[in-house]
Write a protein that binds this ligand. Structure first.
Ligand code: UDP
Ligand code: MG
Length: 311
């Protein structure tokens, strides 16, 4: 069985040698026990790094051309696009995607391959605990996964991008041409048979997180707006309710003016609904704008990445 690892790397010079060495040792062990074939290897995707990442990958490749491979993107395209580039351009009966910092436990890889043998096209690596993550990340991530699910997006709880995919699943994935990529929700859409393997997430090997808050929020928003139309529908409902309420308020104002002698109707009864409806309209326009932005991006059919070199 020909299995390759796909590892997106953005400024990962601090962890790359260690990661390469550990993954390679794992492959050696799996080759020795007959789980994978000898030509199995590792494809590093350099996502426009500014440090020595690409030269380290090149050195690895020159030293052991059958084990190490590199795919260099012409600029920083982001984690999801880099991963997709790797998944589209790496050969193999099955591919395993994993982050360069080895926070995910590679010791479950043989179990993943076993599940693949048993007929699963997708095997998700799922975190058992998040002890190594900060309290902030733990709580926001948990709430986010719950929000996604309540919006009707099918995601595997506590699964990031550590997963095995069969060639069949990869061929199916290649038919998705969207620009706003959120693989975590895209892969379950493929619908093939899948299962989970569980592991404990460790701290980063070295270096800093390449996911600052801004990128994390962007990914989180992408997950919602790329997969759920429910926010739009909620706005429509809210709009209906608000119209009904303002109609009642209007009737009440008329009643005060025409049928009672209580004089000038209250200033608040005018200003409050006006302000409230105004705010609601603005919020609605914001969300609608978000979706129009998406349509705009999709309609352009821009390529997600440009491969500069494959070696
Ligand atoms: N990464 C990438 N491009 C980016 C940002 C990150 O390819 O623009 C890669 C990074 O090298 C790592 C993976 O995505 O292999 C996950 O990043 P990181 O470990 O920093 O995220 P965290 O674990 O902190 O969420
Ligand atoms: Mg990490």
């Amino acid at each position: 069985m020909f299995v390759n690892f796909v590892v997106p790397c953005y400024n990962e010079e601090a962890v790359l040698p260690e990661t390469a060495q550990r993954l390679s040792a794992l492959i050696d062990r799996m080759v020795a026990s007959g789980i994978v074939s000898a030509e199995s290897g590792i494809y590093f995707v350099d996502d426009g790094s500014r440090d020595r990442t690409w030269s380290l990958i090149s050195d690895l490749q020159i030293g052991r051309p059958c084990r190490y491979h590199g795919i260099k993107l012409s600029r920083n395209c982001g984690h999801q696009s880099a991963l997709l580039a790797g998944l589209r351009h790496t050969p193999g009966d099955a591919l395993i995607s994993i982050d360069a910092d080895l926070q995910d436990d590679v010791e479950v890889v043989p179990a993943m391959i076993e599940e693949f043998r048993l007929g699963h096209d997708v095997v998700y690596g799922v975190r058992q605990g998040r002890q190594s993550d900060s309290t902030f990340k733990r709580h926001t991530a948990g709430a986010y996964y719950r929000l996604l699910r309540s919006l009707g997006v099918d995601v595997v709880l506590d699964h990031a991008d550590f997963r095995l995919m069969s060639r069949r699943a990869l061929t199916a994935l290649a038919k998705y041409h969207e620009v706003n990529v959120f693989l975590r929700a895209l892969v379950p859409l493929l619908g093939y048979k899948s299962t989970n393997v569980y592991y404990d997430r460790s701290p980063r090997l070295a270096g800093e997180s390449k996911y600052p808050l801004g990128k994390m929020v962007a990914l989180a928003l992408n997950g919602i707006t790329s997969f759920s139309m429910r926010p739009l529908r909620l706005i429509a409902y809210a709009g209906l309710i608000m119209s009904a309420v303002s109609f009642l308020v209007g009737m009440w104002a008329l009643y005060i003016v025409l049928l009672t002698s209580r004089g000038v109707p209250g200033w608040a009864s005018i200003v409050v609904p006006v302000a409230f409806v105004g705010g609601l309209q603005l919020a609605s326009m914001g969300v609608i704008g978000e979706y129009i932005g998406k349509i705009y991006m999709e309609v352009k059919h821009r390529p997600l990445f440009e491969i500069e070199e494959i070696r």
